[in-house]
Design a protein around this ligand. Structure first.
Ligand code: HEM
Length: 179
C-alpha cells in the first residue's frame, strides 16, 4: 500500500482524535516501518489493518465507518494532487464507470507498485451504474466514501446500495442511482 494512504490517514487521525491517538495506535501495532511513512514509499497492507483495528477499538467506531470517513478525506487529496484526472470528467456516473479503464490505469503509471481493486461495470445508463468491486484488501467502504464524494464534486447526489458477494467482502456489488 502506498505511503500517501498512510500519511493522509495519520494526518486525519491526528486532526480528529489528537496526536496521542496517533501514538497509541502506532505503539499498539507491530509495524515493520515503525510507523514512519513517506508519501512515495510502499508499505505492507497489514500495517494499515493494524492501525485501523486499533483506532476502531479505541474509538468504538467500526473499521468500515472509519474507512468511509477516511475516503471522504482522501477525495480532497485526489482533488489537490490529481486534479488533472478529475478534470477529464463532467459526470459522476461516467467517472465511476472509468475507474478500471482510465483512472486507476493513470494511478499505475504514477505508482507502478500500487495495489488497486478492480471495478467491473455490469450495467450502465445515464442514471444507473452497477459495479462489481474485487480486492483482497476488502476496502469497499473506502470505495463508498469516494463514490459519495464523486457525486458531491459534480453537485449531484445518489443513492448507493451495496451487497457483499462473499463473507470476507472481497467481492461487493454496488448499485448506484443518480437522484
Ligand atoms: C486505492 C488513487 C479514484 C477506489 C487507491 C490508491 C491510490 C488511488 C493512490 C492506493 C493504492 C495503494 O496504496 O497501493 C486514485 C486516484 C483517483 C481514484 C488518483 C482519482 C483521480 C477512485 C474512485 C474510487 C476508487 C473514484 C471509487 C470507488 C479505490 C479503492 C482503493 C483505491 C476502493 C483501495 C484499494 C483496494 O480496495 O484494493 N486509489 N483513486 N478510486 N481506490 Fe482509487
Amino acid at each position: 500500500m502506498k505511503g500517501i494512504v498512510f500519511t493522509e490517514f495519520l494526518d486525519l487521525v491526528e486532526d480528529k482524535f489528537g496526536l496521542e491517538m496517533v501514538d497509541s495506535i502506532i505503539s499498539n501495532s507491530n509495524l515493520k516501518s515503525e510507523g514512519v511513512y513517506t508519501s512515495v514509499g510502499t508499505y505492507e497492507f497489514s500495517e494499515m489493518l493494524q492501525l485501523l483495528n486499533n483506532l476502531s477499538e479505541n474509538t468504538n467506531i467500526s473499521t468500515d465507518d472509519l474507512l468511509q470517513v477516511y475516503a471522504e478525506h482522501f477525495f480532497s487529496v485526489i482533488k489537490r494532487s490529481y486534479s488533472g484526472i478529475l478534470q477529464m470528467y463532467s459526470d459522476p456516473i461516467e467517472m465511476l464507470a472509468s475507474i478500471e479503464n482510465h483512472i486507476h490505469v493513470e494511478v499505475k503509471k504514477i505508482y507502478p507498485d500500487a495495489e488497486l481493486p478492480t471495478f467491473q461495470v455490469l450495467e450502465k445508463t445515464p442514471n444507473l451504474l452497477v459495479l462489481i468491486y474485487k480486492s483482497s484488501r476488502a476496502m469497499h467502504a473506502f470505495g463508498l466514501g469516494l463514490m459519495n464524494k464523486t457525486f458531491e464534486h459534480f453537485n449531484e447526489t445518489a443513492t448507493i446500495e451495496f451487497e457483499k458477494l462473499n463473507d470476507v467482502a472481497t467481492e461487493v456489488k454496488f448499485i448506484i442511482k443518480k437522484n
